[in-house]
Ligand binder design. Structure first.
Ligand SMILES: [Zn+2]
Length: 89
């Protein structure tokens, strides 16, 4: 983690948001978009990525649901990935 408030370029969440903006959203009319994203990961996004996600949500009026197995009792994740075992499961 860097000491400043910029997410690591290599953080997956940051990469996905950049990829969305650079490759899919650039030419679209933001006012007409309805974006809903479900983000599944083992670890909850770090605070810097949460900030990036938060800015993205505000900019595009997007709904982003985050599922991570770090949250206890995440049955949704287990349903989706029954063969994936994690410490918390
Ligand atoms: Zn991160």
């Amino acid at each position: 983690m860097d000491s400043d408030n910029t997410p690591s370029w290599n953080d997956s969440e940051n990469k996905m948001i950049r990829d969305l903006e650079d490759n899919y959203l650039k030419e679209l009319d933001i006012d007409k978009l309805k974006i809903e994203i479900e983000l599944h990961s083992i670890y909850h996004p770090c605070s810097k990525c949460q900030e990036v996600i938060s800015i993205f949500q505000k900019t595009y009026n997007a709904k982003i649901k985050i599922w991570s197995t770090e949250a206890k009792g995440n049955t949704r994740f287990i349903e989706l990935y029954p063969n994936l075992s994690t410490k918390n499961n």
